[in-house]
Design a protein around this ligand. Structure first.
Ligand SMILES: NC(=O)c1ccc[n+]([C@@H]2O[C@H](COP(=O)([O-])OP(=O)(O)OC[C@H]3O[C@@H](n4cnc5c(N)ncnc54)[C@H](OP(=O)(O)O)[C@@H]3O)[C@@H](O)[C@H]2O)c1
Length: 357
C-alpha cells in the first residue's frame, strides 16, 4: 500500500477527490473531515456516491484526525473566502506532521508571490512539523504552469505568452461561490468580488509571477481588466436562472507588462450560454471549453487541453482534474523537504493508476 490519506471536506472538488482516493490502488483512505453536520458519522463511500462501505467514517473531530497515522491531507475546503479560519487550520495540520496537498487557497499557488501574512505562518508550521504544502488545481494551476512550461520547451524567441481558460460554466453547479464572485446572473449595478481592484492580482497573479520567474524576467507591472456581457432575455442553466439584464458572460485578464507591452497574459472567458458575448474568444467549434496556451514568437506554439468528466461533462472534468492535479502530486510532495512548494519545485507528476487486464 502507498500513501495514507485524509480527505478534508467533500464539497464540489472533495466529492471527486474522495472518489478517486477510495478507488486508487496506491492510496489508503484513513480519515475524512466533515464540516457539515449531516455528513458527520457517514461512511466515506456514501459521501462520494460509491456503493458499499469503506469503514472510514467522516468526523469533525480535528484532534482525532490529526492523531491518525497519515502521510498527507487532501485539503479541498472552501478556502479563499475564509483565510482567517483556513490558515490556522492548515497550520495545525502541518504542525501535526501531515503534508498537505490543497486545491483551496489559490493565493498560495506560487508561494513567493503570496501575501507574507498567509505564507509566513504556514512556512513556520511546515518547519515545525517537518511537512510540505502544495496548492494547485486546473486554473489557476495546471493551465498556468505545466501547460506553458511544456509549450516553452518548443519555443525560441517569446514575444507573448498567453494562457486562456475559455469555458462554458453553465453546468458548473457552484452558484454560491463562482456564481457570486464572477457576478453571473446579476445586473451591471452589482460589483462582483473579482471586479474589485487587486482581487484578480491576488487570486490569479501567482500564475503570472511564476511564469515571469520561469522566464527569468522582471515584470514592470501587472494590469487587471474585468468585463461582463448581459442577457437580453431570461434563460435557465443548471448553474442558475439568468434574468434579462443579468450577466451571462465574464471576461477578465491579467497582463504582466515588460517595456510597455504585455509579455505574460492570463485570460478567462466564461459564458453561461454559447451565444453570449459573440466577439470574445471561444473554444474550438464543438467544444464547450478549453485550457489553451499560446506562445507568440519563433516558432509559435499553441497547446490545447480538453477535460471530460466521468459523466461526460467538461465542468465535471475540470473539477476531477483539479482534484487529480493535487492527488497525483502526493508522492512528490511527501518526498520533498519541508516548506511551501510550487510546481517549479516538483518533478512532473503523472498518474500511475493504469488499467490492468
Ligand atoms: N485552482 C482550481 O482550478 C480550482 C478549481 C476548483 C476549486 N478550487 C478551489 O478548491 C476549493 C474547494 O472548492 P469547492 O468548489 O469544492 O468548494 P465548495 O464545494 O463550495 O466547499 C467545499 C467544502 O468547504 C467546506 N466549507 C464550506 N463552508 C465552510 C465553513 N464556513 N466552515 C468550514 N468548512 C466550510 C464544506 O465542507 P464539508 O464537505 O466538510 O461540509 C464544503 O463542502 C476552493 O477553495 C476553490 O477555490 C480551485
Amino acid at each position: 500500500m502507498g500513501h495514507r490519506v485524509i480527505q478534508w471536506s467533500t464539497g464540489n472538488v472533495g466529492f471527486h477527490s474522495l472518489r478517486h482516493i477510495v478507488r486508487h490502488p496506491d492510496l489508503e483512505l484513513v480519515g475524512v473531515h466533515a464540516h457539515s453536520r449531516d455528513k458527520v458519522g457517514r461512511d466515506a463511500a456514501s459521501l462520494c456516491g460509491l456503493p458499499g462501505e469503506t469503514g472510514v467514517v467522516a468526523t469533525d473531530d480535528v484532534d482525532a484526525l490529526l492523531a491518525l497515522d497519515a502521510d498527507v491531507v487532501v485539503y479541498t475546503t472552501k478556502g479563499e473566502t475564509r483565510p482567517h479560519e483556513v490558515v490556522p487550520e492548515l497550520e495545525r495540520i502541518l504542525r501535526a506532521g501531515k503534508n498537505v496537498v490543497s486545491t483551496a487557497m489559490i493565493f498560495l499557488i506560487y508561494p513567493p508571490h503570496a501575501d507574507p501574512k498567509l505564507r509566513e505562518p504556514l512556512e513556520k508550521a511546515c518547519h515545525e512539523g517537518g511537512t510540505t504544502l502544495y496548492v494547485n488545481g486546473i486554473d489557476p494551476g495546471f493551465s498556468g504552469d505545466a501547460l506553458p512550461l511544456t509549450a516553452l520547451q518548443l519555443a525560441d524567441r517569446v514575444d507573448e505568452l498567453r494562457v486562456q481558460e475559455l469555458v462554458d460554466y453553465s453546468t458548473y453547479q457552484d452558484p454560491e461561490f463562482t456564481g457570486v464572485s464572477f457576478g453571473f446572473g446579476r445586473g451591471a449595478d452589482y460589483t462582483p468580488p473579482l471586479a474589485r481592484p487587486g482581487v484578480l492580482r491576488f487570486s490569479w497573479g501567482g500564475m503570472v509571477a511564476m511564469l515571469a520567474d520561469a522566464l527569468g524576467v522582471q515584470l514592470d507591472e501587472v494590469r487587471e481588466s474585468f468585463e461582463r456581457s448581459y442577457a437580453s432575455e431570461p434563460f435557465v442553466t443548471p448553474m442558475m436562472r439568468v434574468p434579462a439584464g443579468g450577466c451571462d458572460a465574464v471576461r477578465f485578464q491579467l497582463e504582466g507588462m515588460v517595456g510597455g507591452r504585455p509579455l505574460i497574459v492570463t485570460e478567462h472567458v466564461n459564458r453561461l450560454r454559447d451565444e453570449a458575448a459573440p466577439d470574445w474568444p471561444r473554444p474550438p467549434a464543438g467544444r464547450p471549453g478549453v485550457h489553451r496556451c499560446i506562445v507568440t514568437g519563433s516558432p509559435g506554439v499553441q497547446l490545447e487541453c480538453f477535460v471530460t468528466g466521468e459523466d461526460g461533462d467538461h465542468n465535471t472534468g475540470g473539477v476531477q482534474a483539479t482534484a487529480m492535479r493535487v492527488i497525483n502530486s502526493i508522492p512528490a510532495v511527501c518526498a520533498h523537504a519541508p516548506g511551501l512548494v510550487s510546481t517549479l519545485d516538483l518533478p512532473t507528476m503523472p498518474s500511475r493508476n493504469l488499467r490492468r487486464g
